[in-house]
Write a protein that binds this ligand. Structure first.
Ligand code: GAP
Length: 518
């Protein structure tokens, strides 16, 4: 594990953001619980998503469908037959891997070698270095890039045909080794279905066999008619929902990046057939803008257009985020065609179509989906915002520079001393602000240590109440990022804390959207 990533994981535990599930029993593989600050951050991320997707879009409505669904749903959706990952075991280490991931890592390795050559040359030739020309002409760079491209094409063809023998051949021919045993002693590649099964009913062997949903999207599809009719929706319109999804991941590593129980925030946008590519482009841009509105550097994000499309899609892209272990998928935007609605129509025997009065036609709507993992979003934000800083006085601090409106605690109230009426005054300010802000009252330890505790959980503002406050009803407010302190009247605190409100971010998002071409 990368050092920074290790630090993020340790910080999450130490400060009550994320714990292993059933921690006192030594945890459960790839299942996690959120502590007090983690819960607050997660709630805010979810609320922000909901405001931007549902509240700001009058044509998008919400849904909260059950985790348990009729077993036919998963046959219709294709998950029973096709929601598989190709797995391979190393016979020496007995470790299990995803064959596709091993190959993708090999492609990244080759591209990394080309980048290394470029970096070496850039250092050597310094100012006169023409990177584009070097990439086009240097034989070693060309060799690595061609090898990566050839491998990508071969892999894409094998994946497309679900050719497990070819995946095995690629792994062996590329000399891919198990990172634990270092050997290339592999089993065949096999398919593994990722859905968790369970049973409904009191008698286990008579009950109906069910799956825990592997995505929230199907709850939206099977409710399409209910929602369209009851909410009187006209195409184009969207249905959004957030909720738990479950996948029996083969390789569940990397903390809350790949979990077996996780939360998704999904929206299905129903459109007239033939217009789906416009909407696909629209939602790609809108979703990237949403991420950028959080205020992290733009270089943390990039699009990755899929070579291999899922069984239901005619176009798909990921918004990738620069996690401590590299760029990885954060959100998927998929043009899912009419696959799901048509299949549910066939399997249920119900007519799932829309009458479009504008063109006087019945059709099965096409769907553009946006799908993001809340836990992944949480991890990305936390790892980008957790920083160690050297201060001018030679000391250091750990600071979590979360977007202010996402901070679990918006403001800390700190009486300078635990006497002379300062706690009482601090408590009265807390009472005044508590209906609008999440506040932490802290009177323990020296003020410097209290600041550090708040920095570590990302609290944007600390308010110090001192003897002067009793006379002039003013406090010192300290900014987490600049550490600057300002004296302001208590009556102005509400305004000074305004940028810790979600509304502040919503406005930023709106501003970005108003400049976009859609
Ligand atoms: N309905 C489409 C769908 O589920 P997906 O790409 O499989 O698409 C969407 O998942 C998002 O869910 C991903 O971009 C990721 O953020 C999140 N996700 C998927 N599997 C996950 C896992 N095992 N742990 C955490 N998040 C996961």
């Amino acid at each position: 594990m990368d050092d920074h990533f290790k630090k993020v994981v340790a910080h999450c535990k130490e400060y009550g953001f994320v714990f292993r599930s059933s921690d006192i029993y030594d945890g459960l593989g790839a299942v996690y619980d959120y502590g007090p600050y983690g819960t607050s951050l997660k709630n805010k991320l979810r609320a922000y998503w909901w405001k931007c997707m549902v509240q700001l879009n009058e044509e998008v409505v919400g849904l909260d469908s059950a985790i348990f669904m009729h077993p036919e749903v998963w046959k219709a959706s294709g998950h029973v037959d096709a929601f598989n990952d190709p797995l391979i075991d190393n016979k020496d280490s007995k470790k299990r891997y995803r064959a596709d991931v091993l190959i993708e890592e090999q492609i990244e390795k080759l591209l990394g070698k080309a980048d290394k050559e470029v970096a070496k040359a850039a250092k050597k030739f310094a100012e006169g270095f023409d990177e584009a020309l070097f990439r086009e002409t240097n034989p070693r760079v060309l060799k690595y890039n061609e090898a990566a491209e050839g491998l990508r094409e071969r892999y894409a063809a094998a994946a497309e045909k679900n050719d497990l023998t070819e995946l095995y051949n690629i792994i062996v021919e590329q000399g891919i080794k198990c990172p634990v045993s270092g050997s290339g002693n592999w089993t065949d590649v096999r398919q593994f279905n990722l859905m968790f099964g369970t049973r409904l009913g009191s008698v286990s062997d008579e009950g109906l066999e069910l799956y825990l949903r592997p995505e929230t999207a199907q709850g939206i599809f099977v409710n399409y008619l209910n929602v369209q009719k009851t909410a009187r929706m006209r195409i184009p319109f969207g249905i959004a929902q957030t909720g738990k999804a479950f996948r029996n991941e083969i390789v569940a590593r990397q903390f809350i990046f790949r979990m077996r129980e996780f939360e998704q925030m999904e929206m299905q946008y129903f459109v007239r057939p033939g217009t789906e590519m416009e909407w696909y482009a629209h939602w790609k841009e809108a979703r990237l803008n949403w991420h950028l509105s959080l205020g992290l550097d733009e270089t943390n994000y990039r699009f990755h257009d899929h070579d291999k499309l899922a069984h239901y899609a005619n176009a798909a892209a990921d918004i990738e985020f620069k996690f401590p272990f590299g760029f990885k998928e954060l959100e998927g935007i998929h043009s899912r065609t009419d696959f799901d609605l048509k299949r549910h129509g066939e399997f249920s025997g119900k007519k799932i179509t829309y009458f479009d009065p504008e063109i006087d036609e019945h059709y099965t709507p096409y769907v553009v989906e946006t799908s993001i993992g809340l836990d992944r979003l949480f991890l990305g934000l936390l790892s980008a915002c957790l920083q160690d800083e050297q201060l001018e006085d030679g000391s250091s601090r750990t600071v979590l520079r979360l977007p202010k409106a996402m901070a679990p605690i918006q403001v800390a109230i700190l009486p300078l001393l635990k006497k002379d009426g300062l706690p009482e005054k601090a408590r009265s300010i807390q009472k005044e602000l508590s209906s609008r802000f999440e506040i932490q009252y802290d009177d323990k330890d020296a003020i410097g240590r209290r600041y550090r505790r708040q920095d570590a959980i990302g609290t944007p503002y600390c308010i110090t109440v001192d003897h002067q406050t009793l006379e002039d009803d003013a406090v010192t407010i300290r900014d987490r990022d600049s550490m600057e302190q300002q004296r302001i009247p208590v009556s102005q605190l509400g305004a000074a804390l305004a940028d810790t409100d979600l509304l502040f971010l919503v406005e930023k998002y709106n501003e970005r959207l108003s400049k976009s071409k859609f």
